[in-house]
Ligand binder design. Structure first.
Ligand code: IVH
Length: 670
């Protein structure tokens, strides 16, 4: 154990070193050592202070978080009042501000220090002999609250200034903010804990600073930028705002990296545009820029009006949040059948554009916001981001408004809607018939693993639907050569090929047909299982959820989707039309589960087969109860090797999995 004197000497050395590295890291954003080296220094200091508690001082870097919560906040009197800024909302107002300043000063051009206007809360930091002794909020400008213990927890605020040439008393003014990333993270964790989320970073910063327990503040991602000076005792400051700010940085305070000096009002306006373009990319929220006459003599000449200086003005960006009313909640149906509620708003100018719609995403989001038709809401549009409803102004709610419920019927086609367990979205079940889903449905129907209609690609489907030749998949089968040739860029030869492909596709399998219907949650494998289990479309269509759940791999969610799909008259009509158009498939013989000869066996197919396609081989194997997998593992029972096999054959050999030739496979199937 070191002696008291050794410990004291080392402690002083460590604190200096740690303060210096804090400065490199937080203020200059240019660390010199790694996090683990820093942690080592801090731990060494903590250990020494633990051994000699009498050596602990309040400005030690280990003493940021105090342990005892306060009862109330004390008052802080601002000996130099904390003023506010006048606002300019247009270029004209800025031109007027500059003209008045030039006239009063009798100069042609004014030099301005220009800075972002941070959207946080103003704070006053009092340093006596370089030690942070008090931090106060702005309050009414004359009296604020003493939030020293909370402010001490903020890493970007030094507990002790750097260097020696600082004034005896220096009151630093600046803004406490929460950056965007910290805000998102905080809200996410509040969401997860079921706590109320903060509306914006400014509220989050304010709420975090007004905590009686500093440990809570310490857990919040707050930071600080300084932009000015208040009281000053015994000391000199430079004669320009821009130079004072630089001096503050030398003393260890963080200043905004976007700060600069420009000449004249045109320089101000250019700066405004530059920062506006950069706004979305900045890691923190700003609501405008501030122009400050740079030379202090000129500031003194200009003086103050009421509670704001004549030498500075805030040029505000168009507000990103505004209040408006919800006039209606409409429901849109997407191409996958998903229903999305959209709020129709009384038009409001926000974020530089007029907004009259905002998406509400789904029922959960509506419940979370508790937004109802007739409500006053806060709408936010940041940059080119889609407008969003941030919150409902509950105090403005008048009378009894109805809670919104997603419709039970699709607003486009009238089919039933369904919301499946574990899914936030509600879907239309009129898949084959619903106009909103038409294109996607038909693309799926024609795709290779479904009806495999060669030549009927996405582009052509869109053309056919757009020209109203096709409304549902059944319409495909009544297309004529003349109709196809009437389409843009369609030669007679291609038209004939497509008609031939359509004709060919009528000879299909029950499994393919079930898959082609595009029932929610029914993929290829499930379609195969259903075909095998029910053997006929009629039987599948007539079944209930309970019997469906008896089918292997069919759970309640899938069973529900299937029953709902077939219960829609529209879907049944389209199926009838398809059968009438000539779609047919070979009879499927239902075998009792235990009579499936390949049940429990897993196959992998590799290489080119000559007597059948790989899809056919897969279907044949599945029909006999086998599983067909894409990759070889120890669990694989057989690997069927065709011509030019891939690495799967080698893998099989390596694992000692039995290899089958195509002719052995055929034998097995027979
Ligand atoms: S200077 C006398 N500079 O805006 C001038 N204020 O409306 C005092 N603010 O209470 C303020 N960024 O909270 C200044 N770069 C900046 C600022 C800024 C944000 C806030 C500050 C102040 C309010 C004035």
């Amino acid at each position: 154990m070191p002696t008291h004197k050794q410990a004291r000497d080392r402690i002083i050395q460590l604190r200096d070193e740690i303060n210096y590295h804090n400065y490199r890291y937080y203020i200059l954003d240019d660390p010199e050592i790694t996090d683990s080296d820093y942690d080592r220094l801090l731990r060494e200091l903590q250990d020494l202070e633990q051994q000699y508690p009498d050596l602990i001082t309040p400005d030690s870097p280990t003493q940021r978080v105090g342990a005892t919560p306060l009862e109330t906040f004390a008052e802080v009197k601002h000996r130099v009042p904390m003023l506010s800024l006048g606002n300019a909302f247009s270029e004209q107002e800025v031109l007027d501000f500059d003209r008045r300043a030039r006239e009063r000063l009798g100069v042609d051009v004014v030099e301005y220090a220009v800075e972002p206007k941070l959207d946080g809360l103003a704070i006053s930091l009092r340093y006596e002999d370089g030690i942070l002794v008090q931090a106060g909020t702005r309050g009414d400008g004359t009296t604020g609250e003493d939030v020293t213990l909370n402010v001490r927890t903020i890493d970007t605020i030094p507990l002790r200034l750097i260097g020696h040439d600082y004034p005896k008393v220096l009151e630093v003014r600046g803004e406490i903010i929460m950056d965007k990333a910290g805000f998102e993270k905080l809200n996410q964790s509040r969401r997860e804990q079921g706590e109320k989320e903060f509306v914006n970073p400014r509220n989050a910063a304010a709420g975090s600073l007004r905590q009686l327990d500093p440990r809570i503040t310490a857990s919040r991602p707050l930071s600080f930028f300084s932009y000015g000076v208040g009281e000053l005792v015994e000391g000199e400051l430079p004669d320009r705002h821009s130079a004072i700010i630089k001096k503050l940085q030398d003393w260890g305070l963080r200043i905004n990296p976007e700060t600069q000096v420009v000449k004249g009002v045109q320089g101000c306006l250019e700066y405004y545009r530059r920062i506006q373009d950069k706004r979305a990319a900045l890691p923190y929220e700003i609501d405008g820029v501030v122009y400050k006459v740079d030379p202090l003599v000129q500031q003194e000449q200009l003086g103050f009006v009421a509670r704001a200086p004549r030498w500075a003005i805030a040029h505000k960006f168009p507000a990103q949040e505004e209040m408006t009313e919800v006039e209606a909640i409409d429901v849109q149906v997407g191409r996958t059948g998903a229903l999305t509620p959209v709020a129709r708003l009384k038009p409001v100018f926000v974020g530089g554009v007029t907004v009259s719609n905002a998406t509400l995403h789904n029922q959960d989001e509506i419940d979370r916001l508790d937004v109802r038709v007739g409500d006053t809401v806060i709408v936010r549009r940041a940059g080119d981001v889609i407008p969003q409803i941030v919150s409902v102004v509950k105090s403005r709610r008048q009378g009894r408004l109805h809670k919104f419920k997603m419709p039970e019927h699709c607003p486009v086609c009238g089919s039933a809607t369904e919301r499946l367990e574990g899914d936030a979205k509600t879907f239309c079940t009129g898949g084959l018939y619903c106009e909103a889903q038409r294109k996607e449905m038909i693309k799926h129907f024609a795709s290779r693993r479904a009806m495999d209609i060669e030549g009927l690609g996405d582009k052509l489907v869109e053309q056919l639907v757009d020209s109203a030749l096709v409304h549902d998949p059944a319409d495909l089968y009544s297309l004529t050569e003349a109709q196809l040739c009437g389409l843009e860029r369609m030669a007679q030869k291609s038209a004939r090929n497509i008609l031939a492909a359509l004709e060919k596709s009528t000879d299909t399998t029950l499994a393919r047909f079930i898959y082609a219907l595009g029932i929610h949650n029914v993929g290829e494998t499930t379609a195969q299982t259903l075909s095998q289990h029910f053997g006929s479309l009629q039987r599948l269509m007539a079944t209930d959820e309970e019997s469906l759940q008896a089918v292997p791999d069919v759970g309640p969610v899938v069973a529900h989707s299937i029953v709902t799909f077939f219960s829609q008259a529209h879907n049944r009509e389209v199926i009838e039309k398809l059968i009438a158009a000539g779609l047919h498939w070979p009879h499927v013989e239902i075998k009792p589960e235990d009579a499936l000869p390949l049940k429990g066996k897993t196959f992998v197919l590799t290489g080119t087969l000559t007597r059948m396609s790989r899809d056919e081989a897969r279907a044949a194997l599945q029909a006999r109860g086998a599983k067909v997998s894409g990759s070889v593992s120890k669990k694989t029972d057989y690997v069927v090797v065709g011509e030019n096999p891939g690495s799967k054959a080698a893998k099989a050999e390596q694992l000692g999995v039995e290899i089958l030739t195509e002719s052995r496979l055929v034998q097995l199937l027979e």
